[in-house]
Design a protein around this ligand. Structure first.
Ligand code: AGP
Length: 608
């Protein structure tokens, strides 16, 4: 989705804006642009396609003078990807330049009003109305004008605005879209994402919904939604540069796959003390836990798939009815929840528009909302009653890997914690689970150490036109994630099926040479899976089997086997998913796909 950067200081702005935009490329975009203000004139350069084109056009920013500017990567919503529709947008007389993330819902009536007043528009975007409206209202006072503009807008926005009469300040505003200020020495930054500023400053201020800020090189003034000035100290992010750089890897996706043991370890680390799970952040009493009569999980894409795994775990450990719903469905279905429902929202970015809306809907209906989020202070975290953060660190690749794994880890911790509190497991089972979860990072490491076995399989199958992923129970939930990875990264048509469902239709798709990846990590269902493998093999399929390490012969029913270490049943998804991630990664590499920025996708989907 779209990305924003802004700079005000004493260095040349354009090269810094381009560097910041590079860090936002991972979010997905189709065009980009920068505006700088120099000697009371705003100059804009925009391009369609990759940032490299914008960089070449401006000789890496050197052709644009000025120490203040704003930049944007656009992911088209209103109007096709084009130079005209790219941001920044200028007002007719070039007095204002605006970059915007979000959607202005009432842009049509505003545009009609401005057209009637004689304003000339050039783009198809909703954003252009903001610049034009500012010029229409302008009375010489930048701050007052923007206040008036904001009171007219409906919808969501993160905004950064320049005015040529104020060549030393940027005004920013936020509503339902992330925006941060990077506080430097004799310079300040704005961005939709910390990664864009972290190489210059680790001191960050997050803006809240309804707030506005006036940013100069040596001064930051923040105003609340009533425009009263407020004070907010920056917090310090503890990322080193390497957390947002590839650091020797060809792609962020591979780096993040390899970081999974550490990310899982960090997520568990502070939450196990003296052999007990400590979830200070939620602090449910036994009585509150007892009153929960239903768990309802919401998320999108891979986060939804974590929810699918969680359903099996909560239902088997807690015997508590658990539903899992895609956020965009949940929000419009008048969900059957009440004050005794625990709603769990899962999101890496914490900004996914549908999940945020689902959280708001759940709260409106009186449910308690617990979110599992990676980005500290994000909108979903802020809306929830309590938050369990995943400590995956920044995830840059559009395809999630380490965030998915850390979300699973939180689910294990939460389920075991609740099961113990509700006396659903014995003390020795509790001890066993704790030792298993503490061992998980090492076990993931073992799976990663065999990545070349999977790489060889990718070499064999990278030309496949279709792949089927099948499993039963918790393995089916992991199969869903395997199929998504194959689609989004390797552009292979793939489907996941509950293995027992094959005979009810999908098996008619199996023909000579069809590739079927089967997951069979549950002993009680192993023989059933072997029968399913025989069924597809009898129709010509080639089968890759992912199963637990087992000394005995596995009947050689499959064509290729990937063995994962045997851990306790509920934690097997954490190991089974790793070969699926690696498989898609290497297929994508062999097909020369844009691995970290797959076509049409964005890292954080902040529009509906
Ligand atoms: C996963 O690889 C996808 N890129 C996507 O499905 C993602 O999980 C989904 O958009 C949810 O994002 P979130 O976790 O930031 O809410």
């Amino acid at each position: 989705m779209c990305g924003i950067v802004g700079y005000v200081g004493y260095d040349k702005a354009a090269p810094l804006l381009l560097k910041g935009l590079e860090k936002l490329e991972y979010r997905g975009y189709d065009s980009a642009g920068i505006a700088v203000c120099n000697e009371n004139a705003i100059q804009v350069t925009k391009s369609k396609g990759r940032l490299k084109i914008l960089s070449d056009l401006t000789k890496e920013g050197q052709t644009l003078p000025g120490n203040i500017g704003i930049g944007h990567t656009r992911w088209a919503t209103h109007g096709v990807p084009s130079v005209i529709n790219a941001h920044p947008h200028l007002s007719e007389l070039k007095k204002f330049a605006v970059v915007h993330n979000g959607i202005i819902e009432n842009y049509i009536p505003i545009k009609e009003k401005l057209l009637k007043a004689g304003k000339k528009f050039v783009s198809d975007t909703d954003t252009e109305v903001i610049a034009q409206l500012a010029e229409f209202y302008y009375d010489g006072n930048f701050f007052e004008t923007i206040k008036k503009v904001l009171s007219t807008l409906e919808g969501s926005y993160a905004l950064a605005i320049l005015c040529d009469d104020y060549p030393d300040e940027i005004i920013v505003a936020k509503k339902n879209n992330p925006l941060i200020i990077g506080v430097g020495v004799n310079e300040n930054f704005v961005s939709s994402d910390i990664t864009a500023v972290v190489s210059r400053t680790k001191n960050i201020i997050r803006l809240n919904d309804g707030e506005l800020a006036v940013i100069k090189a040596n001064d930051i003034k923040i105003y609340d939604s009533n425009y009263n000035e407020i004070k907010r100290d920056p917090f310090v992010v503890d990322w080193d540069i390497c957390t947002s750089e590839k650091c020797g890897y060809d792609h962020f996706m591979l780096k993040e796959i390899m970081e999974q043991p550490l990310a899982v370890k960090n997520t568990i680390g502070p939450r196990i003390q003296n052999g007990k799970i400590v979830l200070d952040d939620i602090n449910f009493t036994k009585e509150e836990l007892n009153n929960i009569n239903k768990i309802s999980i919401v998320g999108c894409g891979s986060a939804y798939h974590v929810g699918c795994v969680a359903k099996y775990i909560f239902e088997s450990l807690l015997r508590n009815p658990t539903e899992v719903e895609i956020s965009s469905e949940f929000r419009y279905k008048n969900p059957l929840i009440d004050k005794n429902t625990l709603v769990i929202a899962i999101s890496q970015s914490g900004e996914t528009a549908d999940t945020l809306a689902a959280v708001k809907e759940a709260k409106k209906l009186g449910a308690k909302v617990l979110s599992i989020v990676n980005v500290v202070g994000s909108s979903i975290a802020a809306e929830s009653d309590s938050v369990l953060y995943t400590w995956a660190g920044p995830e840059i690749s559009v395809a999630t890997t380490k965030a998915y794994s850390t979300q699973l880890t939180i689910i294990y911790l939460l389920a075991i914690y609740m099961a113990e509190k509700l006396s659903k497991i014995t003390a020795s089972e509790y001890e066993f689970y704790i030792s298993e979860i503490q061992n998980l990072p090492v076990q993931i490491e073992k799976v990663l150490s065999h990545k070349d076995v999977v790489k060889d399989l990718a070499q064999k199958f990278y030309n496949a036109k279709n792949v089927f992923f099948i499993g039963r129970n918790i393995d089916y939930a992991v199969a869903l994630e395997g199929a998504l990875k194959a689609k989004e990264i390797s552009y292979i048509h793939s489907e996941a099926y509950a293995a027992g469902e094959l005979k009810h239709g999908p098996i008619s798709l199996i023909e000579d040479g069809s590739l079927v990846v089967t997951l069979a990590t549950k002993e009680d269902l192993f023989e059933k899976m072997i029968s399913n493998i025989r069924e597809v093999k009898a129709r010509g399929a080639v089968v890759i089997l992912i199963t637990n390490e087992r000394p005995e012969d596995i009947n050689e029913v499959s064509d290729f086997n990937i063995f994962i270490p045997k851990v306790c049943e509920i934690m097997r998804p954490s190991l089974a998913v790793v070969p699926l991630q690696i498989f898609s990664y290497y297929i994508a590499l062999l097909k020369d796909c844009d691995i970290d920025k797959p076509r049409n996708l964005a890292k954080s989907v902040t529009v509906e």
